[in-house]
Design a protein around this ligand. Structure first.
Ligand SMILES: [Fe+2]
Length: 254
């Protein structure tokens, strides 16, 4: 079975209860849960986080995630890249895998195109660089003023957005699949759909960028049954085929 959910941000409470498998169903690592970005389980190099990942490794199914904007890319990139079900993954644990950007995977006979990443929206007051001489002065001032900021390579990474090469690889992957997949999994939404989400939320902090524009090209050119994203922290079916996910965990629709 395949389940899907939105951002976890290292809060894995939703995995504490058994997943709603049918009565008598025997689970295996062939059963998967897909997290649409902001996994957060590779955020800090601490015993607490290692214990969290070890607990996930004992689940009787596989946990898959695309990356979001709130991941520690230095820690994430320390894991080796391997092949799994037709695409590249990073194996965080035996059954905890990052589905890398621009890949196509086959899971239970269905094809999935994955493109993680997103631009942080909670940096309205900037990104501080610890290498700057005035870092501590700026840090104290912004914190004292309660401003929204992040710190380069500590709580913000420029790799949150895919590179042009990663986007090109994604496009080639779709070309090879004749622009037909069963499911698309991303963290943020295509530009026009993001604008619709913003209108619903009365929020204009999410801006278009090269990733949302790429996803819009995918949306316009690719045939798919369902597209799932996270990022906006609301569960919302924008169309019968385009779903914004957050905390609820659902069975993947046909
Ligand atoms: Fe998030």
């Amino acid at each position: 079975m395949i389940f899907i959910t939105g951002d976890t941000h290292a809060d894995f409470a939703r995995f504490r209860n058994p997943l709603p498998f049918p009565k008598g169903y025997r689970t295996s690592l062939e059963d998967v849960v897909i997290i649409c970005g902001d996994f957060g389980g590779v955020w800090e190099d601490t015993q607490h986080q290692a214990a969290q990942l070890d607990r996930l490794s004992k689940l009787p199914y596989t946990v898959l995630f695309v990356d979001g904007n709130h991941e520690n890319y230095d820690l994430l990139e320390a894991y080796a890249v391997t092949d799994w079900n037709g695409g590249h993954v990073r194996a965080i644990r035996n059954n905890v895998l990052q589905l890398m950007r621009g890949q196509r995977f086959t899971i239970d006979g269905k094809s999935f195109f994955t493109m993680g990443g997103a631009a942080c929206h909670d940096i309205q007051n900037g990104v501080l660089d610890p290498a700057d001489d005035s870092f501590m002065i700026q840090f104290r001032e912004l914190r004292y003023q309660g401003k929204f900021f992040r710190i380069r390579n500590h709580s913000w990474w420029d790799r949150e957005l895919p590179t042009e090469e990663e986007l090109e690889e994604g496009w080639r992957t779709l070309e090879l699949a004749s622009f037909q997949v069963d499911y698309v999994i991303s963290h943020c939404a295509p530009t026009e759909l993001q604008n619709q989400i913003m209108a619903k939320l009365h929020n204009d902090t999410y801006q278009a960028n090269r990733l949302t524009d790429f996803l819009q090209r995918v949306y316009d050119n690719c045939s798919f049954s369902h597209w799932f994203c996270g990022h906006y922290h609301v569960p919302y079916d924008l169309t019968p085929k385009f779903h914004v996910l957050y905390e609820p965990l659902m069975v993947l629709p046909e």
